[in-house]
Design a protein around this ligand. Sequence first.
Ligand SMILES: [Zn+2]
Length: 178
Amino acid sequence: MIIEEIVQICNPILNRPSKFVVSVNSVETKRVIKNLADSVRHHGLIGMAASQIGEKLRIFVTEVRKTKYRNLKTDKLRVYINPEIVWSSKKEVVIYEGCGSVAYAKLFAPVRRPEKITIEALDENGNIFRLSADGMLARVIQHEFDHLNGIEFTEKITDMRKIMSSEEYRKRMVIKKP
Ligand SMILES: [Zn+2]
């Protein structure tokens, strides 16, 4: 298992668009996918893009697991290679986001994005798939997709006065057990 350190905000690698994957079956691509899957779990995140582990490839993973912060609808580990968002709902919602690449700043902030999306991508076996998502899965897909284009969520914060430290976020957002 290889756990990668997460590249942090303003490192140039996060600010540039990533390259299309030419060969899904190459040793290189398989290594990046494995490292992403291991790293997303190790760091307790629900999504991670290749640029965040220093790889400039259009690959990200999502795995919406139960966390202590929210009652999330869980979803299996998914791999997205050369993804395209082919449809977005007109309806937008504001949800608090954080990011492994602003981990040391420990910020959570409100971001407005479409509520639902449909994405097309190749999976880890090179098969094309189409996925419609809502809720937290739609949110994390859009956040990770932005990483492939060099966009960090801090560029999209809707209200600077509502940025929270992770401590404050935890206090306010943790769902208290009955
Ligand atoms: Zn992120």
